[in-house]
Design a binder for this molecule. Structure first.
Ligand code: CO
Ligand code: CO
Ligand code: CO
Length: 330
């Protein structure tokens, strides 16, 4: 959860308290965590959405990578998954759905997990996602509330999936860019998670619907710190800056910006396109890691070893605070 009307409604629901409920709705994080034994906790998350790419197989892969990501963001290992399907079978027939499910299944297999069931309904608009369950040692949970003053902020995937998906819907994307968009979103955050577990980080979250700034805000607020983002250090998908500059901006960007405006300050010059991209809602975005200065270089080396070619050191934790974010330009 995060900014928005839904968060508002959920805030007024009764909150569960239980000695084994380690991460729940009280402090929003990527996934919920429930302790089963002193050395074992269950990690659970669910995510589904409407197609973000035209190719059904790629959509299935992206939806699965996105759902699995919340498990990785907690430092956990995914074990099982269940399909959530809404599909107009009567209109579109079974074959695109088969491709979606094959994409999801291949991605879950790549993660070393298994699909053990699911549920489907007829719906006018296709939707697909998964509920994923993982495990973690209770001492090794990585939340979004542990960032410390002086930590560096590292992002493991480039930004811009919202802008590119919007351009794709408008028929404005060349096939090469469409391919790199699909590839970026379908990439598992498994390698990034292995690297962060090996090296040790203070906090983690993944970048999804609330955009880089929305998820940074959650991390900053929950960690009781203020942050700065170095706009020039942020890495974007090919064409993202150009298309954002042409005004190809998804509605979610404006929603994110309205919700986050009170907490964000721009210092220096940052282009309008870059500012928009910092609010751009991401699908299956990268992990955002807060790492102490002493482990920064070993984290970057570990990420490269895991095949993450361009990890971006995009900012820094300033000091104790109330969750403010400064975007530093030139
Ligand atoms: Co998340
Ligand atoms: Co999620
Ligand atoms: Co059922």
């Amino acid at each position: 959860m995060g900014p928005g009307a839904l968060a508002e409604i959920l805030e007024h629901l009764p909150r569960f308290e239980h000695p084994d409920l380690l991460v729940g709705c009280g402090v929003p994080d990527d996934a919920g965590v429930y302790r089963l034994r002193p050395d074992l906790a269950l990690v659970q998350t669910v995510d589904f959405f409407t197609p973000v790419v035209d190719d059904p197989y790629t959509f299935g892969q992206v939806a699965a990578a996105n759902a699995l990501s919340d498990i990785y963001a907690m430092g956990a290992t995914p074990l099982t998954a269940m399909n959530l399907v809404a599909f107009p079978i009567c209109v579109l027939g079974v074959s695109p759905l088969q491709e979606i499910l094959r994409g999801g299944s291949d991605k879950v297999a790549e993660a070393g997990a298994v699909i053990l069931g699911g549920h489907s309904i007829e719906d006018d608009e296709p939707k697909y996602g998964l509920a994923v369950t993982g495990i973690v040692h209770p001492d090794r949970i990585i939340t979004n509330r542990g960032a410390k003053p002086g930590d560096w902020l590292v992002l493991t995937k480039p930004l811009g999936t919202g802008v590119l998906a919007t351009a794709l819907k408008g028929g404005l994307l060349d096939t090469e860019t469409e391919h790199s968009l699909g590839e970026a979103m379908a990439a598992l955050n498994a390698g990034a998670a292995r690297a962060m577990q090996r090296v040790g980080v203070n906090a983690c979250t993944d970048i999804t619907g609330f955009g880089l700034l929305g998820h940074l805000r959650e991390l900053a607020f929950n960690s009781r710190v203020d942050l700065e983002v170095d706009a020039a250090a942020v890495i974007y998908l090919p064409q993202a800056r150009k298309l954002a500059g042409q005004g190809i901006i998804p509605a979610g960007t404006y929603r994110n910006r309205d919700a986050l405006a009170p907490y964000v300050e721009v210092s220096g010059t940052v282009s309008a396109a870059e500012q928009d991209l910092l609010y751009d809602p991401q699908t299956s975005g990268g992990l955002l890691l807060a790492v102490p200065e002493t482990r920064r270089e070993s984290l970057l080396a570990a990420l490269r070893q895991e095949g993450i070619s361009r990890p971006g050191v995009i900012g820094r934790v300033l000091g104790s605070g109330t969750g403010k974010i400064v975007i530093r330009g030139v």
